[in-house]
Design a protein around this ligand. Structure first.
Ligand code: HEC
Length: 105
């Protein structure tokens, strides 16, 4: 009985982790992939590059309000549209996804 309960808990936990990843991948493919790739430079910088130089707050600022953020991040021009209609879960998921590409030290 105990074993079954532990198995169930494990299953629920795993499903939740996967749901979170799915959400991030959905946002990535739906909104970002045209201009950003995970590890390769595209029209915009790769998530790997971003993860290695930016903090969570900077990433959120650029996603939701690039017009007020691109200069702070050192860009001369802003070619990224604002994604201010993402909800909190979508935003958290995509930021965590970007930061997951940070190099391990
Ligand atoms: C139309 C192309 C385009 C789309 C779509 C796009 N970006 Fe960007 N992104 C850019 C460009 C170009 C830059 C460089 C700065 C600028 O233009 O404002 C950039 C910059 C960024 C930066 C800051 C880079 C740095 O130096 O730290 C982040 C973070 C970012 N994008 C995240 C996202 C996320 C997340 C999505 C999807 C929700 C997304 N972008 C969608 C083009 C795009």
């Amino acid at each position: 009985m105990k074993k079954i309960m532990i198995l169930c808990l494990f299953a629920i936990f795993t499903v939740q982790i996967n749901a979170k990843d799915d959400l991030a991948v959905k946002v990535f493919k739906g909104y970002c992939w045209g201009c950003h790739h995970q590890t390769a430079q595209a029209f915009g910088p790769s998530f790997k590059k971003i993860a290695n130089v930016r903090k969570k707050d900077e990433i959120i600022a650029q996603i939701t309000d690039p017009k007020d953020t691109y200069k702070i991040l050192g860009y001369k021009r802003n070619s990224m549209p604002a994604f201010d209609d993402l909800n909190a879960s979508q935003l958290n998921a995509i930021v965590a996804y970007i930061l997951s590409f940070k190099d391990k030290k």
